[in-house]
Design a protein around this ligand. Sequence first.
Ligand code: AP5
Ligand code: MG
Length: 190
Amino acid sequence: MKNIVIFGAPGAGKGTQSDKMIEKYGFEHISTGDVLRAEIKNGTELGKTAKGYIDNGQLIPDELMVNILASVYDSFGTEHKGVIFDGFPRTTPQAEALKDMLNARGHKIAAMIELFVPEEELMKRLILRGKESGRSDDNEETIKKRLNVYNTQTAPLIDWYEKEGVHHHVEGIGTIDEIFGRIVKVIDAL
Ligand code: AP5
Ligand code: MG
């Protein structure tokens, strides 16, 4: 079982590379952003709460996120090949909650893969996606807020996972296949 945190700033390619990892390794996948967008689409209470935060580029409170996480994780059963955590954790309390949740089940994080992409490129990718798919948080003003939240609240987790001994830095620039090749090297060595 290889549980993997795919980590990086907004637009770093977490979702894109998760799709390739699922295809090659048969992993399960939790994208907290996708979960929240589905809740918004379905008009649930959680969705109504989440929308205000997402459209403003802010994080949803930790307690709400942590509750969702364990129930989605358990829905994969106990025999899975590994779960990719995409967009979670984003704060130190979330990283600690994830560790506790996995410990309680006798599981752990095998690797945290940090996709590193310079901000100029992130901005370009997200503005382009905003024009094509119309995600409500892909406009210049909200992207700037998301990048700021990433730098202040989420990036400190790089040191946190370094201390756990599972952090892997991967250059996130190049073609999707080139980047995937770098990720495969990390996963195959686990
Ligand atoms: P979330 O959905 O996780 O969004 P994000 O982190 O801002 O990242 P994105 O999904 O925009 O980017 P990505 O890294 O997946 O890149 P992608 O592959 O799409 O979160 C959204 C919001 O939900 C948060 O702001 C927050 O409010 C809330 N939330 C979520 N999780 C939370 C949590 N744990 N706690 C609290 N709040 C939470 O690629 C981006 C674009 O680039 C695509 O168009 C893609 O086609 C393109 N692209 C990918 N790779 C390349 C490449 N190599 N070259 C060129 N283009 C590329
Ligand atoms: Mg994503």
